[in-house]
Design a protein around this ligand. Structure first.
Ligand code: ADQ
Length: 485
């Protein structure tokens, strides 16, 4: 590809993600854009508000060319996707090939050449959009597994810009990654970045190992020597791959959890649930990686064993609708609903219902009230890049009470070491740790919660983006010195 000349009046800071951080609301007379929930948006919205930049992504509406527009001080540049590309690039290659492969093959990944071709096509379109939007010498920050080819494509089109990539999901061991028929292309695509960020040090190590093993590149410490590629049109450079654990806007969540309306709503939620002595909470996208089935199994057995009393304990399970056209997601939903129905059928009495299950999205205030209302949060992911829900719960506990049961397979376990850590595959162990969290001495709860909160106030989402972007800047300044390692 031939390099593209920088546009005049382009953006100095460009975020690139599969989705723009908005949804189109067509309920009123004139359609409007509203900011949408989700892990990536929650993490990046505060960053975008502080840096005036452009955000390139799909607007969530198929087959429609939409002109760039501004929302909440963010300049949004839509990339068009056809209905067929949503099937092949998004639901197919991104969510039925890469997602399961990168989450330890919890369900079998599917490999289809037509999906891959669509992925290449769409990644090229995103790279073109970046090339036309970024000012000379701009900083471009590309996000997540849907866009892994974009770094090298942008490098070829715009050698003047500084390129960061952040992978929000795990990076698998090379033994699993090696299954991917297009493994070399994906690694080459990522290595087009100057800085490649991962959630955990183990993910970064897996990536560096895969690059060495499958591309025969050399690395020293976090740095990888990337040779020139005449076919792609890129020069030799050094790429750095290391961990930048993402976080939440701790002080904003803490402040919201202290608002009188939120406190009143939290009390109301408990009352509406029949004033249980103990309220357990689960909040997840409806996804097979989140371990909802394991959690329900453990909860149901604890009721059956008489270790939890349905007259005293209630579980609220919120599962946001997600990727509903993919078979595996229809399967997990029916499994969860069957399990909830069985447990409730067995243990309910008039006026007593052990599980309250909700399959919808909630506004942020309601989520905060739920976190504030819950005595114990259950995060039992089988594999999760980070898990922001765990961090949000801790941030929403200004009274420093409550207990967090957290899977060691979630990235958050690296920072929230004072949580009750569990292996969700071990149902007996999970049951024992839930009982421990429920029965934990309030002083012990407070000691743990205070220590986790202290850490989250230091390591918040602002600190995350600042550390990523300042490292990228430092690498850029260092470029000439480090063209070889
Ligand atoms: P997700 O897999 O979506 O994110 P998570 O990190 O838990 O997982 O983020 C979910 C977000 O959606 C949270 O902010 C949560 O509050 C919100 N949410 C969940 N259910 C909701 C509901 N019913 N209503 C409203 N909001 C809801 C991916 C990776 C994670 C990684 C993030 C960020 O899979 O591992 O932590 O990106 O990098």
């Amino acid at each position: 590809q031939n390099p593209v000349r920088p546009p005049s009046g382009g953006a100095d800071f460009v975020v690139v993600a599969n989705r723009l951080p908005v949804d189109r609301d067509t309920s009123g007379d004139t359609p409007q854009w509203t900011t949408s929930p989700g892990g990536l948006v929650t993490a990046l919205a505060p960053v975008m508000r502080e840096n005036s930049g452009a955000w390139i992504g799909w607007a969530g509406v198929p087959d429609e060319e939409i002109a760039p527009f501004d929302v909440d001080g963010m300049h949004l540049v839509p990339v068009t996707l056809s209905a067929q590309e949503i099937i092949n690039y998004y639901e197919g290659f991104s969510n039925a090939t890469l997602w399961p492969l990168y989450h330890d093959v919890i369900v079998p990944p599917e490999f289809h050449r037509a999906w891959w071709e669509s992925y290449v096509h769409v990644n090229r379109r995103f790279a073109q959009a970046v090339a036309l939007e970024a000012a000379a010498g701009a900083t471009v920050w590309i996000h997540d597994y849907q866009l892994q080819l974009v770094p090298a494509l942008v490098r070829a089109l715009r050698p003047d810009v500084s390129i960061g990539f952040f992978n929000h999901i795990p990076f698998p061991s090379v033994e699993l990654f090696a299954q991917l028929p297009w493994r070399a292309q994906i690694l080459t695509g990522l290595l087009g970045a100057d800085l490649i960020g991962f959630q955990r040090p183990a993910d970064a190590a897996n990536f560096r190992r895969a690059a060495r093993a499958l591309l025969s590149v050399t690395s020293r410490g976090n740095r990888i020597s990337v040779p020139a590629d005449s076919e792609a049109g890129t020069e030799a450079h050094v790429a750095e791959a290391r961990a930048f654990p993402i976080s939440v806007d701790t002080s904003a969540l803490d402040a919201q959890a202290r608002e009188p309306e939120i406190i009143a709503r939290a009390a109301e939620i408990r009352e509406e649930l029949g004033d249980p002595e103990l309220l357990l909470l689960g909040v997840d996208r409806m996804d097979y990686t989140k371990g909802i089935r394991h959690r329900l199994k453990a909860f149901g057995e604890l009721l059956a064993d008489g270790l939890l009393d349905p007259e005293k304990v209630t579980l609220v399970q919120i599962a946001t609708p997600s990727r509903e056209r993919i078979d595996q997601y229809q399967q997990i939903r029916s499994d969860v609903e069957l399990s909830v129905g069985r447990i409730n059928g067995e243990f309910s009495e008039v006026g007593i219902q052990p599980i309250h299950y909700f399959h919808h999205s909630y506004p942020r205030e309601e989520m905060t009230a739920l976190y504030r209302a819950a005595d114990v949060l259950l995060v039992t992911a089988l594999r999760d890049g980070m898990n922001l829900v765990a961090k949000e719960y801790v941030a929403c506990r200004p009274q420093e009470d409550g207990a967090l049961v957290l899977s060691e397979f979630a990235g958050a376990a690296d920072q929230l070491t004072q949580a009750v850590l569990v292996n969700p595959h071990n149902i007996d162990g999970l049951k024992a740790e839930i009982v421990r969290a429920v029965a934990m001495d309030p002083r012990e709860q407070r000691r743990r919660m205070r220590s986790m909160r202290r850490r989250l106030f230091r390591e918040d989402v602002q600190a995350w983006s600042q550390s990523f972007l300042s490292e990228l800047e430092a690498l850029d300044a260092d470029k000439d010195r480090t063209s070889a390692i």
